[in-house]
Ligand binder design. Structure first.
Ligand SMILES: Cc1cc2nc3c(=O)[nH]c(=O)nc-3n(C[C@H](O)[C@H](O)[C@H](O)COP(=O)(O)O)c2cc1C
Length: 222
């Protein structure tokens, strides 16, 4: 499928972004909340889906997720956490039988996640850097958005990003940040925060930093 078709199909399946082919961040900022659904953007209680991508249960990104969740729960939100590394999620096979908006031929743990992503008022992506990118565990989950693209593209969701990596160069993190921003812009979601934690090598290194508190504060603020 060509990129233009990809964008069009997503919009055709979503509710009402008539005439808009590509949303940009500047267009989203300040966009009013619409409707009275549970996924509208406001300060009311919402469902937040937290997607983690590390196979280290006590790793740095798990700690960021824990802290975000603590803050978000204190703010009154409902959390659905999906630790991709401990779930069975196959990679999209590009069969296209879903047409970007329908049942997926793959039957695995994405079935559990699917309704939560659709309903959520916010999705948080949490990942270690693996060879300069999102971990494959999380990326497989994101690729499975393909089958629900028509239901989530243009839905007024918030999004946030938290990542950790061993090196300290900003430029090495930039492609991952750019990837996240491009994804969120494409989906028409509103980025509300990013926590980028460099210099994190062994599991637990992040506990000696202020990033846990930043994640907690982010959770409280949404
Ligand atoms: C397979 C693998 C690839 C990695 N690739 C990178 C990398 O490209 N750049 C980097 O700075 N750190 C890299 N790291 C280090 C992790 O990003 C770092 O340890 C991070 O804090 C792990 O987060 P976690 O504890 O949540 O798993 C890699 C680690 C693994 C296991």
């Amino acid at each position: 499928m060509k990129r233009r078709e990809f964008i069009k199909t997503g919009i055709a399946g979503s509710l009402a972004l008539s005439g808009v082919l590509n949303l940009h961040r500047s267009e989203l900022k300040g966009a009013p909340a619409v409707g009275n659904n549970s996924n509208q953007i406001n300060k009311n209680t919402m469902k937040i889906v937290v997607l983690t991508g590390s196979p280290r249960r006590n790793g740095n990104t798990a700690f960021l997720a824990d802290n975000f969740i603590k803050g978000a729960k204190e703010a009154g939100h409902n959390i659905f956490r999906f630790d991709a590394a401990f779930q069975k999620v196959e990679g999209c096979t590009a069969c296209n039988s879903c047409g970007m908006n329908g049942p997926c031929v793959l039957k695995d743990d994405f079935d559990t996640l699917r309704p939560h992503i659709i309903e959520a008022g916010m999705v948080v992506f949490v990942t270690p850097m693996y060879y300069f990118g999102i971990s494959s565990q999380l990326k497989k989950v994101i690729d499975r958005f393909y089958a629900i693209n028509g239901q989530i593209k243009g839905s007024p969701k918030k999004a946030a990003y938290m990542m950790a990596y061993a090196n300290t160069s900003d430029s090495e993190a930039q492609p991952m940040v750019s990837h996240y921003q491009t994804l969120v812009d494409y989906l028409g979601w509103k980025d509300v925060g990013q926590i980028i934690a460099p210099g994190m090598w062994p599991a637990g290194a992040v506990k000696n930093t202020n990033f846990g508190n930043k994640a907690y504060q982010l959770g409280k603020s949404v």
